[in-house]
Design a protein around this ligand. Structure first.
Ligand code: F6R
Length: 247
């Protein structure tokens, strides 16, 4: 399904509302809500609205368990560019989530320990009954998480090499492309697919060409987001700019 909103602000409030409804529904049932989260500029409006719902409307995150999609590798959690820092500043520092319920791939592991960590990350998600909802952005390479062109549809959490375009797009955050890590740990396409509900968001005309490919293009590992066409529980939530090239 594709939904187009006039502005990203309006769309972000809708997505946050869906997340809040899921959390409250689980609370009523005495259950945990298991959320898959993304970083980058795309979900910032959603996180702002979730923080507002917490502060002004009493939304509690005590029953929420989160799994972030990815982290650069190597990356210290305290670094300004880490996804740990991003999540703390944009969401976790402002809500009442229990720190032990936050999961983000560990960018400090020794290379030989990464595979075991990734397997445990998968098992932890599965052990909790799977992700209730995964939110996604999309990179200009067509990546979801950091599943770059060439990723397999059944891929799991693993160490990957970032595409050159992805590193260029990140260069501003790092003060130059040469400072952007060449690798990342990411949930796989298969991990994302298992979520009971998936919401991919994209804003602005800058994303219009890749959104056209993702939604209307041939399904191919060359544009990993096209794999989402195979799922019946995906919703693409766009603003008018991002939707502007759709037929
Ligand atoms: C972030 C992630 C990436 C981003 C994508 C878009 O956790 O997994 O796939 O969603 O690179 O980034 P922005 O939102 O900055 O355009």
């Amino acid at each position: 399904a594709v939904s187009v909103y006039a502005t990203q602000a309006e769309a972000s409030v809708k997505v946050a509302g869906r997340i809040a409804a899921l959390i409250r529904d689980k609370q009523e049932k005495g259950k945990k809500a298991v959320l898959g989260l993304a970083t980058g500029v795309t979900p910032i409006g959603v996180y702002n609205e979730l923080v507002r719902l917490h502060k002004e409307e009493g939304l509690s995150f005590k029953n929420v368990i989160t799994f972030n999609l990815d982290e650069y590798y190597p990356m210290k959690p305290t670094a300004a560019q880490s996804y740990v820092t991003f999540m703390n500043e944009n969401l976790f520092n402002h809500i009442d989530i229990d720190r032990e319920n936050i999961n983000i791939p560990d960018g400090t592991l020794k290379q030989e320990d990464v595979a075991a960590f990734c397997l445990k990350y998968e098992q932890k998600i599965t052990g909790l009954g799977g992700l209730d909802l995964q939110i996604l952005g999309i990179g200009r390479t067509g990546h979801i998480g950091f599943n770059e062109p060439g990723s397999a549809p059944n891929s799991g959490t693993r160490l990957v090499t970032l595409d050159d375009l992805t590193r260029s797009d990140a260069s501003r955050d790092f003060g130059g492309k040469e400072n952007v890590p060449t690798k990342a740990i990411t949930m796989g396409v298969g991990t994302i697919f298992k979520a009971r509900e998936i919401i991919l968001m994209a804003w602005s005309q800058k994303k219009a060409p890749i959104i056209k490919k993702a939604i209307e293009g041939e399904i191919s590992g060359e544009v990993p987001a096209t794999y989402l066409q195979l799922s019946d529980h995906v919703e693409f939530i766009l603003d008018e700019g991002a939707a502007s090239e759709l037929t």
